[in-house]
Design a protein around this ligand. Structure first.
Ligand code: DPP
Ligand code: ZN
Length: 863
């Protein structure tokens, strides 16, 4: 496998002005004819014209013409992944015909079929599985596409842009031609052919243009589309209001397909979506599903400006569009839902998954320096930490300054393929800043540790001493300091928020933003109070690990009264984390009562909304605890984690019961709290409360409640399970997405025997190893969601995962590699588990025909 380095970047010597494609879809194969108008890149300053190397993978070359002349065998060379044409001029036309096999394509990259329809996925480097091309994002071309296929089977033939021609052919075939007036890189190309239902609507843009909106789904699913359409309309409006960005084509299409590696894809004018992020109605989708749909619809729509109009120069710059677009979808969700709840969800992802990645063998900066397989770098670091970095800019500049920077970025770079550096520069220039230091966020991997203490210098005068450091990561021993925005406030010794000042004579404020730019820095605080409890890093203002030696009482007082809802939640999490991760093998009675007292206060707080209450009374997830630390005693952690949950269930059983019976269930917050109560009640006594859960499952009029009940039932003691699991199955077996939930509910049971059940599910008629959603629902959910059984000391969980990775390596390398990353944390565990995981990694690495995707992950893990 070849490693590609960011430092080796050179502009492409050639560009493709026009791309003219003909797709002829036949039952067993597809013919792709491509006519490319190629010119020399004006940015190229090499002395000689080199042979042109086109990318192409798994293509059968049928014919090749250069400027209308057939090419001799000696004029070109076809290798495994490239087609090299030796003698070309400054401008020329190249025509190739290739044969491809979409029906056999299980990698779900390039052109493939999914339940009877054709669709594409080209990002990052899938277009080379369709035709020979300069498959790199800086090559932006004007596309014309003609699709021919059987009219009865494929009445719909879609591609990017606007339809410009259509007509009948012989043998029951027809064609449609498309033209996309916007130049685009190949990764944004899309094609769909099928027989689908369509929900139509329109949107009038801020300048008064009418845009047609079309949402295509499998037949019979129209009643699950309204929410996605409304989310699209809301996103279009929001981007106009918040960023002044208007949609640019007259048509916006979304097609939902069941077999999809990612969540969705932002192809110009023709988004292709995983059904999971389109289909939703109250009966089939949970409240969390609705939020997911709204977020992903918005994300792909926002890419039209941040990604499509302005794209990436090369794939090392992926965070340019992804970090920024995640940040934009986060802001959108904060405006649509509760800002605090959204922020908590965002930070949970950072702590559980991104901190884990940052401390493992695949740690990389948000702008990576090298990769073997680009697909491995669609990571929580590039996406979610990338979004945190953009958020810090927003925090430092404020909403107005950030908007100025965005406006300048759009003005300067519309229609271009640019770099992360161009984005930072626009932010700097628009605001007159020098952000040399800020760039370390783009260069350095690893999670910074921020250590803070509070010193009392005199009555009314305190000092916050801050020190930052960042652990070594692969290839980066020494780290320079980061620029850290630190939002702070204070409580006094009676647990009330107090005003304070940064200088002796300034007026008091409730909150301030400290900006740290050095390794060590101190900040003076003036406040008339005997003692202070600092509320640090409010809203998680920098993506760091905070260390402050809070006492349990201090944390309890922040948990009870911090006016910043994020920090209030976080204080509870920190309180429980400290106890769970301490050296002791059991929690003491004192510790347990600190938590249950704190919970009672939260649950009785009439000001706090139910969604925040539910979040506050959740014990930190095992993944998050593992992700945050470098060294984990798993058995001890599992035991204490269980002890805490059982204690909270039992001790507060009456409270849970009364919440369950008095909370209405009309809003998502209500349902959440009620189902949280049900979960704790079942932990306390599943025999006694079983009837409640069974009744809820049977009579629920919405999937949130129905699934919550199924989940607790599937987790109850043996003997209770099958009847209700079967009932759910019979009711929902025709709804694929509901079946995914049904599978997942069954794999998280903390029972030794669960692995056998998981294996049996792989043979279930509704399971398919070729469908990524199903793999995620069973295997992904077991590995990531059943932490204690995945890490069963026998090693059987590890062997199981390795078996699946080996099987998927051939079928779908991208999904296989994603699963292989689940082994990446192995060096944090005890030596026995380390040996067991290492054995599996070695077994995978020794495979013949190991894909680049999986190789890169296991090789780095073993280094
Ligand atoms: N479709 C993926 C996303 O939107 C990759 N661009 O993040
Ligand atoms: Zn994206």
């Amino acid at each position: 496998p070849v490693v590609k380095y960011r430092k080796d970047y050179q502009p492409s010597q050639y560009l493709i002005k026009n791309t003219n494609l003909l797709f002829q879809l036949f039952d067993d194969y597809t013919l792709v004819t491509s006519e490319l108008k190629i010119t020399r890149n004006p940015l190229d300053n090499r002395e000689t014209l080199l042979p042109i190397e086109l990318d192409g993978v798994e293509l059968e070359l049928v014919s090749i013409h250069l400027d209308g002349q057939v090419l001799d065998d000696s004029d070109y060379e076809k290798r495994a992944h490239t087609l090299i044409i030796n003698k070309v001029s400054e401008t020329f036309n190249l025509t190739t015909v290739v044969k491809i096999l979409p029906h056999k394509n299980t990698s779900l990259e390039g052109l493939y079929t999914s339940s009877g329809k054709y669709c594409t996925q080209c990002e990052a480097e899938g277009f080379r599985k369709i035709t020979f091309y300069l498959d790199r994002p800086e090559v932006m071309s004007e596309f014309t596409v003609r699709i021919e296929g059987d009219k009865a089977k494929y009445p719909l033939l879609l591609s990017n842009g606007n339809p410009v021609d259509r007509g009948e052919l012989t043998d029951g075939r027809h064609f449609v031609a498309w033209h996309d007036p916007f130049v685009k890189p190949s990764y944004l190309f899309a094609l769909v052919a099928g027989d689908l239902d369509c929900l139509e609507d329109t949107f009038t843009t801020m300048s008064g243009r009418e845009v047609k909106l079309e949402l295509y789904v499998d037949k019979g699913k129209l009643d699950q589309c309204r929410f996605a359409m409304d989310s699209l309309i809301a996103s279009m409006k929001w981007d106009e209001q918040e960023f002044g960005r208007e949609y640019d084509l007259d048509l916006y299409m979304i097609v939902a397909v069941s077999d999809f590696n990612m969540g969705a894809m932002e192809n110009k004018g023709l988004n292709i979506f995983n059904t999971k992020y389109v289909l939703a109605n109250k009966k089939t989708a949970t409240d969390a599903d609705f939020e997911g749909v709204e977020r992903v619809i918005a994300h792909e729509y926002f890419h039209n400006w941040t990604g499509n109009r302005i794209t990436c120069r090369d794939w090392f710059q992926l965070s340019l569009k992804e970090g920024l677009t995640v940040f934009r979808d986060q802001k959108f969700s904060e405006d649509m839902q509760s800002a605090a709840v959204e922020r908590i969800d965002q930070v949970k992802i950072i702590r559980a998954a991104q901190f884990a990645e940052d401390s493992g063998p695949m740690a990389h900066p948000i702008r990576p320096d090298s990769y073997i397989e680009m697909n491995n770098f669609y990571t929580v670091t590039v996406y979610n930490k990338g979004a945190e970095v953009i958020r810090m800019m927003h925090t430092l500049l404020g909403k107005t300054g950030f908007r100025k920077g965005m406006d300048l970025y759009f003005d300067r770079h519309d229609g271009q393929a640019v770099t992360c550096e161009d984005f930072i520069k626009a932010m700097e220039d628009a605001n007159g800043k020098d952000w040399s230091l800020f760039r370390n966020w783009y260069r350095q991997a690893g999670t910074p540790v921020l250590k803070v203490d509070l010193e009392k210098l005199a009555d009314g005068h305190f000092r916050l001493n801050c020190e930052q450091s960042c652990p070594a990561t692969p290839g980066q021993e020494h780290k320079n300091p980061f620029m850290l925005p630190i939002k702070v406030g204070f409580l006094n010794n009676t647990g009330h928020p107090v005003k304070f000042a940064e200088t002796n004579d300034a007026a008091g404020v409730d909150e301030t933003l400290l900006v740290m730019t050095e390794t060590k820095q101190s900040f003076d605080i003036y406040c008339e109070s005997d003692s202070l409890v600092p509320s640090l890093l409010r809203d998680f203002s920098s993506p760091v690990k905070l260390e402050y030696s809070y006492t349990q009482e201090e944390l309890a007082s922040l948990f009870a009264a911090d006016p910043n809802p994020f920090n209030r939640w976080d204080a509870g999490q920190t309180l429980m984390t400290q106890m769970l991760m301490s050296e002791t093998s059991k929690l003491t009675e004192d510790e347990l009562s600190v938590v249950d007292n704190a919970f009672i206060k939260i649950l009785n707080d009439e000001e706090l909304d139910n969604a925040l209450k539910s979040l506050a009374v959740m014990v930190p997830e095992l993944n998050s605890l593992i992700g945050m630390s470098d060294n984990v005693k798993l058995d001890q952690l599992f035991a204490k984690h269980k002890q805490l949950k059982v204690h909270l269930g039992e001790k507060l059983e009456h409270t849970w019961f009364s919440i369950y019976n008095t909370t209405s269930g009309d809003t998502s917050g209500d349902r959440w709290l009620r189902n949280t109560a049900l979960r704790y009640m079942m932990i306390a006594n599943d025999e006694q409360h079983f009837e409640l859960a069974a009744t809820q499952q049977t009579h629920a009029d919405n999937m949130t409640d129905e699934l919550a009940a199924l989940q607790v039932i599937a987790n109850a003691s043996e003997g209770y399970r099958s009847e209700y699991i079967e009932q759910f199955y019979q009711k929902w077996k025709e709804e694929e997405l509901v079946m995914d939930k049904w599978f997942t509910a069954q794999v998280v049971n903390d029972d030794e025997a669960i692995l056998e059940h998981v294996k049996a599910l792989l043979n279930h008629e509704k399971f398919s190893i070729e469908n990524p959603n199903k793999v995620r629902a069973v295997v992904g959910a077991f590995v990531a969601g059943n932490t204690s059984q995945f890490h069963n000391p026998t090693g059987q969980g590890y062997e199981f995962l390795a078996d699946i990775i080996i099987q998927l390596n051939k079928i779908n390398p991208q999904i296989a590699a994603g699963l292989a990353k689940q082994f990446n944390q192995w060096r944090k565990f005890d030596s026995k588990r380390q040996a067991l995981i290492q054995e599996q990694l070695v077994r995978i690495k020794s495979l013949d025909n190991l894909s680049n995707d999986v190789f890169e992950v296991v090789d780095k893990s073993l280094q």
